[in-house]
Design a protein around this ligand. Structure first.
Ligand code: CO
Length: 299
């Protein structure tokens, strides 16, 4: 078991034991201890079952705790498939709704929910709507606030592009070599953000591209652009929270339909960078900035 995996298990064990301990002491006092508890932070991500990708979550956890030392920090995964897969191996991670129930049960009255997503897509809206509903229950939370994902404004896109260029693109990359980001993509209208991002990236760096797995721009469009520009080498970088299944298989895998294989067929050498955005301080700092704005409105 890796150091990070151990850390995660420790955190999760603590998360499971803590509620029981709190309930016991509250029962002793004969009334629910609703006062005196600082705001709680709920970090919500899609989740991953790839152990190396979970290292990214440990990094975020550490940085969030350092930024908000008074806050209770908890995690939730939106993916039911991943939660089930992890539960089979003894790692229990809550859905956002279950995490809200536990926070309410544990007597927290204010919750800041941080969506660790790239765009405000279907998952973000579900997290937003469902966690906000918990704020409407009688005798429940006094305040539930939802902090936005990364790409929610023109300025945020600029910051993300700067962070990617400065910290994620390998230093040895030359200007005539391409940087190709792999976004997830979605059927949700916010899919258009990826095209906006590519436009803005290319204003700064003509050989920066972004394709998506499930939306637009498609990889076929990006590949055609690379061929038109007679690109010889491309750095492939996952534009996702973690370097999980999409990065390992769809981007850098050996199957003939992976991005790496398709580029090789077109005579373009590719260098995959197998790190998720959450592994980079400069990106995590942007999520934390969003969270700070929300936490400033809590007592
Ligand atoms: Co996917």
């Amino acid at each position: 078991m890796s150091h990070h995996a151990k850390h995660l298990v420790l955190v999760l064990t603590f998360m499971l034991i803590l509620p029981l301990a709190c309930r016991a002491s509250e029962a002793d006092q004969g009334h629910p201890a609703k006062d005196g508890k600082g705001p709680a932070i709920l970090l919500v991500t899609f989740g991953t079952s790839v152990p190396s990708a979970q290292a990214a979550f440990a990094t975020i956890d550490k940085q969030v705790r350092a930024a908000f030392p008074q806050a209770e920090v908890r995690w939730a995964y939106t993916s039911k498939i991943i939660r089930k897969k992890l539960a089979k191996n003894g790692t229990v991670i809550d859905s956002p709704e279950m995490a809200m129930v536990r926070l309410m049960e544990d007597g927290y009255t204010q919750v800041a929910v941080q969506s660790l997503h790239m765009i405000p897509g279907a998952e973000f809206h579900e997290i937003h709507n469902n966690t906000k509903l918990f704020g409407q229950m009688a005798g429940g939370f006094a305040k539930v606030m939802v902090s936005p994902p990364l790409l929610v404004s023109d300025a945020a896109m600029d910051q993300v592009i700067s962070a990617v260029s400065a910290q994620i693109v390998p230093k040895e990359r030359r200007a005539e070599e391409a940087v190709v980001l792999m976004g997830h993509g979605t059927h949700h209208p916010s899919d258009a953000i990826y095209s906006a991002l590519m436009y803005k990236m290319q204003q700064r760096d003509a050989n920066m591209y972004i394709g998506t797995v499930e939306g637009h721009p498609t990889f076929a469009e990006v590949k055609a652009m690379l061929e038109r520009k007679k690109i010889k080498k491309a750095y492939l970088i996952p534009f996702m929270t973690v370097a999980g299944d999409h990065a390992l298989n769809d981007m850098a895998g050996e199957e003939p339909d992976s991005w790496k294989s398709q580029l090789a067929q077109a005579g373009i050498e590719s260098v995959p960078v197998l790190k998720g955005l959450a592994e980079f301080d400069s990106i995590v700092a942007l999520w934390i900035d969003n969270l700070k704005a929300v936490m400033n409105q809590m007592q």
